[in-house]
Design a protein around this ligand. Structure first.
Ligand SMILES: [Zn+2]
Length: 134
């Protein structure tokens, strides 16, 4: 394989006219710069800060019947609550057993505030929300 000679970079020819000072009639005056206008142009624009979007979040009822939208029948109902034995119920029962109060283990099963609350829809009888203690 024969490689051709590398391309030779020819030096740029000298400027024919050479630098010459512009005559008085050829000099273009620079455009007038208004400092105030320039400053106004480069002033940072204030971003338009709108009102924060408030997302209306449905407040779920906790341990008492509350009004909420049933996802099953798509109607706003006042829920019917049922208390179910939840994790907290069994934890209290276990704690009672650990502290040798085992005859009292049944107490949390009789106290509604120790149980999970199941919210049912009175229209369609579906469970719409379960409020867990833990
Ligand atoms: Zn419903």
């Amino acid at each position: 394989m024969e490689k051709g000679p590398p391309p030779q970079n020819m030096p740029a020819p000298p400027y024919p006219g050479g630098p010459y000072p512009p005559g008085p009639g050829q000099a273009y005056p620079p455009p007038p710069v208004h400092p105030q206008a320039a400053a106004y142009q480069y002033a940072p624009q204030q971003p338009h800060v709108g009102q924060p979007v408030v997302v209306m979040q449905q407040q779920l009822p906790t341990d008492s019947p509350g009004s909420m939208l049933c996802p099953h029948c798509q109607s706003t109902v006042v829920t019917r609550v049922e208390h179910k034995n939840g994790l907290l119920t069994w934890l209290i029962c276990g704690a009672m057993g650990l502290f040798l109060c085992w005859p009292c283990c049944w107490i949390p099963f009789c106290i509604d505030s120790c149980k999970d609350v199941e919210h049912c829809c009175p229209n369609c009888n579906n469970v719409v929300h379960i409020h867990k203690r833990i």
